[in-house]
Design a protein around this ligand. Structure first.
Ligand SMILES: [Zn+2]
Length: 380
């Protein structure tokens, strides 16, 4: 759905200059591709205000990050993940000697002081740096069952000047409020719609299956599909064990009536496969796929997968982010910071031969095409 670049009046570089995006230009060269087209009346809803999608063309948008969790969210997550891994471990072969107990991993030392996401001063500094490094907008993928604090997001956006899109929905079964088990799909959908109508929610995400998708998670996915039809908000997902239930997540949402171009199936960079079979299958159906834990040790395996997808013609389906969730990733603690998708991962793709145009389209245009929606009701 792109216009020919030569037919548009303004080159992308000229547009970036007009928008004063000097910091971005330093990190990510401007694209000669035409600007994406958006439906009439489409907006991107951030926690402070609604933007025309064109207004966010001056920087990269990170579609899946975390700026606000309950302090106990990651400890719980780590514990449940260890339990799931143990439950999925293959049983020892008959007659095999019992495996020697593995030495326990040394505990990860948390930096002293309050949980980093509740340290407003640190978070404002980190977001200010990310903005200087070329980030134009960040999506927070939390919601109430992860202990996301909307007031905190509002403060962070106000103080850093960085637009923040707040997510809505439900995460994954280990984190669901107890009543979800007995609520009907219809009741859950109504609850989600009420959330969107009473708060400045700009997207449903991250919506997860923890392991193999469970019956309750299927119900939630169908309810999210219904809530999408009522609100037009796009949806990004979390797959737990790499790739597990990724295709079924898409089936459930499509069966509920969601168009694939409103969906990101998440964490598919973790599904390491040189042939990128599942990733391609999802792209062919028209959905986006998330390479969304970037800027770290996984990059080496994921760069060839991303290059294979670009070469197969799927650049328009790629979404990159870092899913930042721990203090060690903060600049202040020696990490690469919130912009690391752009400052660490994107240069690796460039070195592998990805063109500036394609990288610009993935970082700046794809997330805006994904997030832009025509609201069914005016913002409250
Ligand atoms: Zn996440």
């Amino acid at each position: 759905m792109r216009q020919d670049s030569r037919s548009s009046g303004l080159s992308r570089r000229e547009m970036l200059e007009l928008l004063g995006a000097g910091a971005l230009a330093a990190t990510l060269p401007a694209s000669a591709l035409a600007a994406p087209e958006f439906p009439k009346g489409a907006i991107i809803r951030t926690i402070l205000k609604d933007y025309a999608p064109e207004e966010l063309a001056g920087g990269a948008t990170l579609f899946h990050e975390h700026l606000s969790f309950a302090p106990d969210f990651m400890p719980r997550w780590t514990r449940y993940a260890a339990e799931t891994r143990a439950a999925n471990a293959p049983p020892p072969a008959p007659g095999a000697a019992p495996a020697a107990p593995r030495p326990a991993a040394p505990p990860v030392a948390a930096p002293p002081g309050p949980f980093f996401m509740t340290d407003q001063e640190l978070m404002v500094q980190e977001l200010t740096i990310a903005k200087q490094e070329g980030i134009g907008c960040i999506v927070d993928g939390g919601h109430p069952d992860m202990g996301r604090d909307l007031a905190s997001l509002r403060q962070l956006s106000t103080k850093s000047g960085l637009p923040i899109v707040a997510g809505g929905g439900l995460y994954a079964e280990p984190f669901y409020p107890a009543e979800i088990a007995t609520m009907s799909e219809e009741q859950i959908a109504r609850m989600l719609i009420k959330q969107v109508e009473s708060e400045p929610i700009g997207v449903f995400g991250e919506i997860g299956s923890w392991d193999d998708i469970s019956a309750t998670e299927r119900k939630v996915f169908r309810a999210i599909g219904r809530a999408h039809l009522a609100t037009n908000l796009s949806i990004f997902t979390h797959t737990g064990i790499p790739g597990k239930s990724a295709l079924e997540q898409l089936d459930l949402l499509e069966d509920a009536g969601v168009k694939p171009n409103r969906i990101v199936i998440g964490h598919l960079g973790n599904l390491v496969d040189a042939n990128v079979q599942v990733q391609k299958a999802i792209c062919r159906r028209g959905a986006f796929i998330g390479f969304d834990r970037q800027g770290g040790p996984g990059d080496a395996q994921q760069v060839p997968m991303v290059m294979a997808l670009i070469e197969a013609g799927f650049a328009g389906n790629l979404m990159f982010s870092a899913d930042i969730s721990n203090a060690g990733q903060m600049k202040k603690n020696g990490g690469q910071g919130y912009a690391k998708t752009l400052t660490v991962f994107v240069p690796k793709l460039k070195a592998a031969g990805a063109s500036d145009d394609v990288l610009h389209a993935i970082m700046v245009d794809n997330p805006r095409r994904f997030l832009a929606f025509v609201p069914k009701k005016a913002r409250r």
